[in-house]
Structure formats: structure tokens, C-alpha cells
Design a protein around this ligand. Structure first.
Ligand code: SF4
Ligand code: SF4
Length: 198
């Protein structure tokens, strides 16, 4: 009979202990969020996928298509192409694709970039149903971000424009080489002989 009452007392005590935990957390501030309705503010050190920094002066990216990021990437997942537009001193990137499904977030691409063109995004919605969903076209992504910020979108060059720019670059290079050859072939002019005073 005693054990019966003891069992009831222990059960009642465990019920009270459980309720005490519930009541304690009931009055504490909520730490969970109503995802996906509620957005989360990530830490500044959080690493989403690498993305272009939008230059505050030009309102576009700073990529010069040097390919240093694609060469240093241990997973070889970056494809970058650039072209020198007529009158420009250096190339400009017109195609930048990142296969995020292979990315280890090592940060080498961000660190090596000579123009500080890359940063880690704060995006945490990184799921997809297919591998292709993780392939990021950074030019398209840049345009979307520019639209949100109210900036004019960076024009994506068409194939014809790229070909025309490449042809112009090749022609300019050829002309420069011809000029250099002509200069080298020209005989050095003789300096006038000095008059000898008696
Ligand atoms: S973070 Fe590392 S693995 Fe990811 S793209 Fe950059 S270099 Fe490649
Ligand atoms: S290292 Fe920087 S500038 Fe060079 S291709 Fe990559 S993002 Fe562009």
C-alpha cells in the first residue's frame, strides 16, 4: 500500500518539475524565429556564397577578369571571362559563374582578388532540389541586387558584342606591334658633328 502512495507522490513531483521548466521558459524571451516568414540577421562573419561587391562609386562590380580567383580555387568551380572594351585600359568581367555545390567556403577567392571585388553574401537560403540550383550566375545575381538597391543594372554583353570587342582588341594589338616593328627598323639618325675651334 505504501509503495502505491509513493509512486503517486513521485509521479506528482515529476509533473511539477516538468511544469516548472515549461513555466520558466514561458516567461523568457523567445529565441526561435518563424522561418521562413521571419528573416534572420546573420553575423557579419557569416559565409554565404561568394558574390560581387557593388562598388559605391560606380554602382557595379570591380571584376577585371584576371582569373586569379578561378586559378586559386581548390575546387576549380569558378568560371570567369572578360574582355577589353574599346578605349578601356583593362578587361572587364562579363561572365562569372560559381558552382556553389562544390564550395568549401575557404575564402581564398575573396582574399586573392586584386581589386577586392568579392565578399561573402549574408544569404542563408542555400537549398535546392537539383545540383543546377546551386550554380550561381553572378552577373544575373548582380542585376537582381542592383534592382533591389535602385541602381541601374550592369549590362550583360551579348555574344556579338564580346566578339566585336575581342576583334577590336586584336586589331589594336596588331597595330601596336606593327608600329613597334617599324620603329625598330628605322635607322638611328646621326648626331651633327661638333665644330672644332682653333
Ligand atoms: S570560397 Fe574557396 S572553394 Fe569556394 S569558390 Fe572561393 S576559393 Fe573556391
Ligand atoms: S580575382 Fe577578382 S578581379 Fe580577378 S577574376 Fe576573380 S573576381 Fe575578378
Amino acid at each position: 500500500m505504501m509503495s502505491y502512495f509513493k509512486e503517486i507522490a513521485v509521479g506528482f513531483w515529476s509533473l511539477l518539475a516538468g511544469m516548472a521548466v515549461t513555466i520558466r521558459y514561458f516567461v523568457k524571451p523567445i529565441v526561435t524565429v518563424q522561418y521562413p516568414r521571419q528573416k534572420i540577421q546573420m553575423s557579419p562573419r557569416y559565409r554565404g556564397y561568394p558574390q560581387f561587391i557593388i562598388d559605391p562609386e560606380s554602382g557595379t562590380h570591380r571584376c577585371i577578369a584576371c582569373e586569379m580567383c578561378s586559378r586559386i580555387c581548390p575546387s576549380q568551380l569558378i568560371t570567369v571571362e572578360g574582355v577589353k572594351l574599346p578605349g578601356a585600359k583593362q578587361k572587364v568581367g562579363y561572365h562569372y559563374v560559381h558552382e556553389h555545390q562544390y564550395c568549401s567556403l575557404c575564402g581564398l577567392c575573396v582574399e586573392v582578388c586584386p581589386t577586392t571585388a568579392l565578399e561573402f553574401s549574408q544569404s542563408y537560403r542555400l537549398v535546392g532540389y537539383h545540383r543546377e540550383d546551386c550554380v550561381i550566375d553572378h552577373m544575373t545575381l548582380l542585376q537582381e541586387r542592383q534592382k533591389i538597391l535602385g541602381l541601374p543594372p550592369t549590362l550583360i554583353l551579348t555574344e556579338a558584342e564580346v566578339e566585336a570587342a575581342k576583334a577590336a582588341e586584336a586589331a589594336a594589338k596588331e597595330a601596336k606591334e606593327k608600329e613597334a616593328k617599324a620603329k625598330a627598323a628605322k635607322p638611328a639618325e646621326k648626331a651633327p658633328a661638333k665644330e672644332v675651334k682653333e
